[in-house]
Design a protein. Structure first.
Length: 288
């Protein structure tokens, strides 16, 4: 715990905890909409924004926010109009985003170390300005996801029902797309664009093993995300491993433990339930 006396480790821990809360709060809607890979796709687009920022000598994070938001809006427009399947739109984001990002980073003359910091995260290099941005945007995401939970759940569960109910479906869909882009961007320095989708999805998948209601699942997912973030930073500090990878591995470990425990509990309940008594044999009727 001595390492957490240093300011850079304190900033790393706070940033990880904020992202650990915000990512599952948004991720539960993506899981509900079966868009679990959209975080990866937007992350690749954000990498293009990073490359553009380095090439233009502008803030890579700011440019990445703009580019990722435009990419998320484009995906939502394509998905809602139905001209291209969601899988194809995500594939275009994957390939185009990573190719554009690598090319622009190369043209900017940056080293591979700079690229790896965005691909896999670099928690220990987060500055005070980065931390302020993460906290402010993370709090905004949390407030939006919690305050609009009934409407966002309705849209994610059944768009037609939400539209008939009078909800602004298009606006809510755009809100989910934009907050996904912002979440990916603020998490870029913490866990990296290649790993952020796992932090959105894995805590939700783990919570679904034991929770039944939507609100309970959301609360459990946020708690698991918080645990994965805090324990991942602690493991990284003590084992000298990559913080982003440690956070994701702790989330996956939590999923495995919960899934195995839930399966064992269900097996015990089935074994402890008495078998139903056999139906009585019908009386034989003798005709005389």
């Amino acid at each position: 715990m001595e390492l957490f006396q240093y300011p850079y480790m304190q900033r790393a821990l706070v940033a990880a905890l904020v992202i650990g809360l915000a990512a599952p709060a948004l991720g539960i809607y993506l899981v509900q909409r079966r868009l679990t890979l959209i975080g990866d796709g937007i992350g690749h687009v954000a990498l293009t924004g990073v490359g553009a920022g380095l090439l233009l000598n502008r803030s890579p994070v700011l440019v990445a926010v703009i580019v990722a938001t435009l990419g998320a809006i484009a995906v939502e427009v394509v998905r809602s109009r139905g001209r291209t399947s969601g899988d194809l739109a995500l594939a275009l984001l994957f390939y185009g985003g990573i190719a554009g990002g690598v090319m622009l980073v190369g043209l900017s003359g940056s080293t591979s170390a700079n690229l790896n910091a965005y691909l896999f995260g670099s928690l220990t290099t987060i500055s005070q300005a980065d931390l302020t941005t993460i906290v402010v945007l993370g709090a905004a995401i949390l407030v939006a996801m919690l305050a609009l939970r009934p409407a966002l759940f309705a849209v994610s569960h059944d768009e037609e029902y939400a539209r008939v109910s009078g909800l602004p479906v298009r606006t809510l869909n755009m809100l989910i797309a934009v907050t996904t882009a912002v979440t990916v961007t603020i998490a870029m320095r913490a866990v990296g664009v290649l790993l952020i989708s796992a932090l959105m999805v894995v805590p939700v998948a783990a919570a679904q093993q034991v929770a039944r209601g939507f609100r309970t699942t959301m609360t459990a997912a946020m708690a698991l995300g918080l645990f994965a973030a805090g324990s991942g930073v602690w493991v990284a500090a003590n084992a000298n491993t990559a913080p982003g990878a440690s956070v994701v591995l702790m989330a996956i470990a939590s999923f495995l433990v919960i899934a195995l425990a839930a399966a064992g509990w269900r097996a015990l309940r089935r074994r402890g339930t008495p078998a139903p008594a056999p139906a009585p044999e019908p009386h034989e009727v003798v005709l005389r």
